[in-house]
Design a binder for this molecule. Structure first.
Ligand code: M6R
Length: 607
């Protein structure tokens, strides 16, 4: 989940590398570092914490040199301090790495036995020493790097540089993404095309097992056996500017407020509001012909998929199996040849989701993905993609990507229902009309901010919070708990309200608020019964509902947040807003780092 950059340039590269790392900080922000070669001298600057610390360091002690590599870290092996920060050196070799070297313990033991000394606790340092060991066998740098790569197991994207070689960077990929950028007399390497966007939009993506020999005037790509391979050069559409916060305090706040617009764009991409029909967008499978849909994703994307399951099953009568991708990838699920697989990912780079996709590829089922980053690995490896039009999401906590994923899923469910004949033409038009109201309703929901901010002040005083919901509000309860814990660090759990009496009711007392998400739907009364059970045990209830729900909720609440009345299919999207705002304002009161919460990264490219 680290970000890596390499430049073989014509001008001093350190400032360019830092600029590229700024675009990669979403991948990790535990430490950062840059190394360059300047007139035969290998130099490096590293700093613990965010990139801004490295910038200060470089301002005090600049680095010259027209070739260099850089890194922003999400710690896996070794605490996030300066010693463990990349680049790592061994003799004449400098290296940056994203991923996990799974056989690092045995490699490290063997290297120590050979007399190598380790200065860090990282798995990366073994790669640097391995390359040095090969160099000592009189192998030229390119061959030494290749020999070292053959010893590695696990997931890696690497950039390797050699003292004495001021026109050579080796890039290697096995798992995490790596892109080579083509310039005029300069070449670049980066974890994604957006990192390189200010320099070039001519990009070649390495495939798993590829390694590239990069010089100023071009590059060659080889497979792990050393055979030349050709990879397509593409024009990236990655935006070159760094998105800013505008007048908002945090990216998360800005992204919450962007939702009416991006949800509107996303829905309009899939639905024709004039004819009241799902647009005939391309799908890699026929909804009418499949008998099951298998959905895998992680985190918030998984929870979007869980809402989608209710929609596909309810409207299209299409059974959906949904799994967190880290489980799906190993559980060897048999897939029927009449099924299709759907993956959901904002980044399109999540390692477990990608591995699940590859499992389905081996099983021979058609693969599609709901992705926000259209050039991502998941997008490229899918038979077809359903883009979310959320724009770049910078805050680690997913907000607008979530509601856009829901918008795509709702649209696909309508499309599937029409294709399978489980709704009439009038029914389709009604659902499309109801979904068309969503942007207006979420815009109204944003006006709840002052009430939610006040409530958040109180919520920030608690240590534990329980979220409850039924039907599509159950995934929302899980999402509410996830959002609160990830940015405020308050412990929170989400439960299906009906499960309350099967265990979590034992936790209820006045010290644990219970947030109940309950639009006035077909099972509202059941949820009211669960609220009664909470109230009877002294629990404090915060109810998120609509006006009708507030009228019928016969239970005392600490606070009731009344969201705009929404049609059933739009309700989960509208109810997502207060959940996000509650987590956001609570985190602000707690004084946490809202956009870059501790221990997390935006894109999880390791297992
Ligand atoms: O990029 P992806 O959508 O695949 O990411 C999946 C999760 O890592 C992500 O949704 C994570 O749970 C968010 N930080 C939640 O806010």
């Amino acid at each position: 989940m680290c970000g890596i950059v390499g430049i073989v340039g014509r001008a001093p590269v350190a400032p360019l590398i830092v600029d590229a790392l700024k675009r990669l900080e979403y991948r990790g922000y535990d430490s950062a570092g840059v190394a360059t070669i300047d007139h035969g001298r290998l130099g490096r600057r590293r700093a613990e914490g965010k990139l801004v610390n490295l910038e200060r360091r470089l301002a005090d002690e600049p680095l010259d040199g027209t070739i260099g590599i850089g890194h922003t870290r999400w710690a896996t092996h070794g605490v996030p301090n300066e010693t463990n920060a990349h680049p790592h050196f061994s003799g004449d070799v400098a290296i940056v790495h994203n991923g996990i070297i799974e056989n690092f313990a045995e490699l490290r033991a063997a290297l120590i036995a050979d007399g190598y000394e380790f200065s860090s606790q990282t798995d990366t340092e073994v790669v640097a020493h391995l390359v040095t060991r090969e160099l000592k066998k009189e192998l030229p740098p390119v061959e030494a790097a290749h020999a070292a790569l053959r010893e590695l197991e696990g997931a890696f994207a690497l950039a390797i540089m050699f003292r004495g070689e001021e026109d050579l960077i080796i890039g290697a990929r096995n798992g995490p993404p790596l892109a080579v950028g083509h310039g005029e007399g300069e070449m670049y390497l980066g974890s994604d095309a957006i990192a390189l966007a200010p320099f070039t939009n001519a990009i070649t993506y390495l495939e798993d097992g590829d390694w590239a020999v990069i010089h100023r005037d071009g590059m060659e790509i080889f497979d792990i056996d050393g055979n030349r391979v050709e990879r397509q050069k593409r024009q990236s559409v990655g935006t070159s500017y760094l998105v800013d916060k505008g007048n908002y305090r945090h990216f998360m706040e800005k992204e919450i407020h962007e939702q009416p617009e991006v949800v509107s764009h996303t829905l309009a991409h899939y639905l024709d509001f004039t004819t009241g029909a799902a647009k005939p967008f391309e799908t890699p499978f026929d909804f009418a012909a499949i008998d099951r849909l298998s959905v895998s994703a992680c985190g918030t994307a998984y929870l979007a998929g869980l809402v989608g399951k209710y929609w596909f099953e309810r409207y299209a009568r299409l059974p959906v199996d949904i799994d967190v991708a880290s489980e799906f990838r190993y559980r060897e699920m048999p897939l029927s040849q009449k099924s299709a697989a759907l993956f959901i990912s904002q980044s399109g780079e999540t390692a477990d989701t990608l591995a699940s996709l590859r499992y389905c590829r081996r099983e021979g089922v058609p693969i599609s993905a709901i992705v926000n980053v259209r050039e991502s690995t998941i997008a490229r490896e899918s038979d077809g993609i359903f883009p979310t039009l959320a724009g770049p999401e910078i805050g680690v906590a997913s907000t607008k990507a979530f509601t856009c994923q829901l918008s795509v899923l709702a649209s696909l469910a309508v499309r599937a229902a029409a294709a399978r004949g489980t709704i009439t033409r009038e029914g389709e038009a009604a659902l499309v009309r109801q979904l068309s109201e969503t942007p207006k309703l979420i815009n109204q929901a944003l006006k709840l901010a002052p009430q939610i901010e006040k409530l958040a002040r109180e919520l920030s005083l608690y240590k534990d919070v329980l979220y409850l919901g039924r039907d599509t509000s159950y995934p929302l309860a899980l999402e509410g708990a996830l959002k609160l814990k990830e940015i405020s660090y308050i412990h929170a759990e989400g439960y299906a309200a009906g499960e309350l009496k099967h265990g979590p009711i034992a936790l209820i007392d006045e010290k644990m608020p219970v947030i109940v998400i309950a639009p006035h739907d077909r099972i509202f009364d059941k949820t009211v019964s669960n609220m009664q059970e909470v109230a009877a045990r002294g629990g404090k209830i915060i109810l998120i509902t609509d006006a009708e729900g507030a009228r019928h909720a016969t239970v005392e609440t600490l606070d009731t947040i009344i969201v705009p009345d929404a049609p059933e299919i739009a309700a989960p999207i509208v109810h997502a807003l207060p959940i996000q705002m509650l987590a956001y304002y609570t985190a602000v009161f707690m004084g946490t780092d809202v956009d870059q919460p501790r221990n997390l990264a935006k894109s999880v490219t390791v297992e």
